[in-house]
Design a protein around this ligand. Structure first.
Ligand SMILES: N[C@@H](CCSC[C@H]1O[C@@H](n2cnc3c(=O)[nH]cnc32)[C@H](O)[C@@H]1O)C(=O)O
Ligand SMILES: [Zn+2]
Length: 440
């Protein structure tokens, strides 16, 4: 930590217009100054100076829905519909995963996230204490929840584990870790269970992270079984009285969209996962027009198959245009807002992160703008959304700490992570001899 000065960069603050030849001053974990050169108070001495003439600075990206350790299952089961994918492939394999597997799968995810500019993510999985441990070590920010499948939790043991996560880890890592409860979905959690989880969350003062209205089949089955659609059921059971992060929200009526806006539900739109599982296309343009807070998520690496939020922004913008036949929907700036500020709001962190403004936490990334596919920079925001890729990210700072500089991750050992993941994925034992710049 200490004082960092980032000089001569193009700044995309999200909260305002792009600033050319700008300066960012960081004081410990917070942004001290963001603006034109010359605005840093005289006498302000930095411990570290970053010459960033080749860089664009923007808030760190927020991946609003993932299952980090599913990197272990990357390209393990593809080209199937959700139900079959989960029931026949993913769940049987997950049943064999142990705590250490989750730890190393998460480490791999965190390395991939840092390398591609994600500084904050919302995770729903199991052995979440291992995820929290990995997050604290790697230096990212995360909102963690134990995934709760009600039908497998008759004794309430898993809910108790979810509660322990909140009690033991909320606020860990200098406040970088926050928590929620994670009822998996209305088709895996009966109504009484959802009510119980919501009451427990209210008692703890945390929100809920849930999958909602992902497939047509889910909507039909839930309606047939309980008489309400997934969104209507969640509302009726009082879930939306709590801060709720709802992944997918693909199949919605106009009334349900209005309800999501009214209840300030954070929607984690996962366009690539929805495309790959052919779940459908979420009505993003309609949700945004109705005032819903729509954020962007990758979902797990088994249904994407990467955790690259730069790519996900691009898919989000292109898909919304393609499906509506209207190229004006989700313009570049909107896609950036969704991947930063809307993500922050969906995780209840908008006061701390999501824009580059003095007083907020110092969570930012520098993207190398001097590359063939980013020249010339007629419109920096359009370049970031339509032309950039995750690997263009050069520097990552979270909570005022440099996690990656010049493409090298400082807090992780890539060779060790790859070896552990290969072994745990059953791909054999292997030692990795990586070039110096690829080691972290
Ligand atoms: N089985 C766990 C809890 C589940 S964690 C969250 C679950 O969501 C699953 N998942 C991943 N992507 C999706 C999706 O898109 N829709 C529904 N479930 C998903 C994931 O495989 C994981 O099983 C236990 O021991 O209690
Ligand atoms: Zn998911």
């Amino acid at each position: 930590m200490g004082k960092i000065l980032i000089k001569d960069c193009t700044i995309v603050p999200i909260s305002g217009p792009v600033i050319e030849e700008g300066v960012i001053a960081i004081n410990d974990d917070r942004l001290h100054y963001v603006g034109p050169a010359g605005g840093v108070p005289a006498g302000w001495q930095a411990d570290t100076v970053i010459e960033a003439g080749d860089m664009v600075a923007l808030p760190g990206l927020v991946n609003s829905h993932t299952h980090a350790a599913m990197t272990l299952l990357r390209s393990f089961a593809d080209d199937l519909p959700l139900k079959q994918w989960l029931e026949e492939k993913i769940w049987p394999r997950e049943a064999k995963l142990e705590r250490e597997d989750i730890y190393w799968g998460t480490k791999l995810a965190l390395l991939e996230m840092i390398r591609s500019g994600t500084t904050t993510f919302a995770d729903m999985y199991f052995h979440m204490d291992a995820v929290a441990e990995a997050v604290v070590e790697a230096g990212l920010r995360a909102c963690l929840s134990q995934g709760l499948i009600g039908f497998q939790d008759r004794g309430g043991q898993r809910l108790a584990t979810g509660v322990s996560l909140v009690k033991e880890w909320h606020g860990a890592g200098d406040g970088r870790v926050t928590t929620m409860l994670g009822p998996h979905a209305p088709y895996t959690c009966p109504p009484e269970y959802l009510t119980k989880v919501a009451e427990t969350a209210a008692g703890l003062g945390v929100g809920l992270h849930i999958h909602l209205a992902e497939t047509k089949e889910e909507v039909e089955n839930v309606r047939a079984q309980y008489g309400y659609t997934p969104v209507a059921l969640a509302a009726k059971l009082g879930l939306f009285e709590l801060p709720t992060l709802a992944a997918h929200c693909v199949h919605l009526t106009t009334e349900e969209i209005a309800l999501l806006a009214e209840k300030k539900v954070g929607v984690a739109h996962c366009p690539e996962s929805n495309l790959k599982l052919a779940s459908g296309v979420a009505p993003v343009a309609a949700m945004l027009a109705a005032g819903v807070n729509v954020a962007i998520g990758t979902d797990g690496a088994a249904s994407n198959n990467n955790l690259d939020m730069v790519a996900e922004m691009r898919t989000c913008a292109l898909l919304a245009k393609g499906i509506t036949g209207d190229p004006t929907v989700v313009p570049a700036h909107q896609a950036l807002v969704m991947a930063t500020l809307n993500g922050a709001r969906a995780l209840g962190l908008e006061k701390e992160i999501g824009t580059l403004e003095a007083g907020k936490k110092a969570d930012l990334i520098l993207v190398n703008k001097h590359q063939p596919h980013l020249m010339p920079p007629h419109d920096v925001e359009a370049n970031l959304v339509y032309a950039a890729r995750g690997s263009d990210v050069d520097t990552v700072i979270v909570n005022g700490k440099i996690l990656m500089a010049a493409g090298e991750v400082k807090t992780m050992d890539a060779g060790e992570i790859y070896a552990q993941v290969m072994k745990r994925a059953g791909r054999g034992q292997k030692k990795f001899h990586l070039l110096p710049r690829l080691r972290g």
